[in-house]
Design a protein around this ligand. Sequence first.
Ligand code: HSE
Length: 340
Amino acid sequence: MLRIILSGFGVVGQSFAKLLLSRSEDLYAKHGLKPRIVGVFDSKGSAASSAGLDLNRLLEVKKKYGDIRKYHNKERNANGLEMIKGMEAEVLIETTPSNYKDAEPGMSHIVTAMRNGLHVITVNKGPLALAFPSLIELATYNQVQLKFGGTVGGGTPILDYAKNSLRGERILSFQGILNGTTNYILTNMSTGLTFKEALSDAKKKGYVETDESLDIDGLDAAAKLVILANWIMDMKVTLKDVKIIGIRDVTTSDIKKAKSHDSAVKLIASCNKELEVAPKEILLDDPLCVNGTLNAITFNSEHSGQQTIIGKGAGGMETASSILRDLLDIKQEMFRIEIT
Ligand code: HSE
């Protein structure tokens, strides 16, 4: 049994619980994986059971009361850090919102978990964007695994592709559309909407982060760029190393000008010695030139040339599926260590 503490029970946390419910039988049959969520906490409080929480009940309680504390008849108020320090578990899954000022509360959750011997899966980008190199060091020092497959590309395995499928290759540079919201806005601007109109439409569709600046001003794309640069290019960088220009000042005339060159304006995150996020013209027939909320990334490798991966970069179930992949990797590595 793999015991999990879940930090955050928003869209991604709930999707992960649903995924476990729908996949429990085949996860055991195909992968020998028997995951149990033994504790869950959010900013209000927590619910816990050392035998494993009843996920149907947990989801119902969240839906009905919006408060996981109601899972227990008697209110529990163990906070997240107490739970991480005190509960018997193997893995922490960190899903609280990304924050690029101090990365809290996710940073403390991750650091405490690793210091207490827990493996960590994070879809929260804040801690990695601000402190990737030191978090990797901490994981190595504590002999735990730190996984973050869902931080870039949602369910599209961009990090895995570059790290594993292209192993042995030398990736010389890459560039990508790593933020779906800004891509949706720019795509709509190309049909004649102004920036303001396109932003308001994206908000109505629920795409824009609560703090719109994270999408619009390029921070989300820059955080993903930092994660990619550290993981696949071995660069020891953080958010402050990225030159960032968002899409706030892109005008309809910029879009028209691009069209006259058979191009479109896209928010491009690039790593070519320097790290940069900025609106750029991309030829319409470039595979990178995807529309709507899609993400895309082109890797330029020394011998295998250019390859582009395209996929959905966000979504609850998509991101939950990347958490499951990370969990399977953790289990496999734990098993490998056990038998060697
Ligand atoms: N706000 C992000 C996007 C969500 O629009 O791509 C996933 O990180």
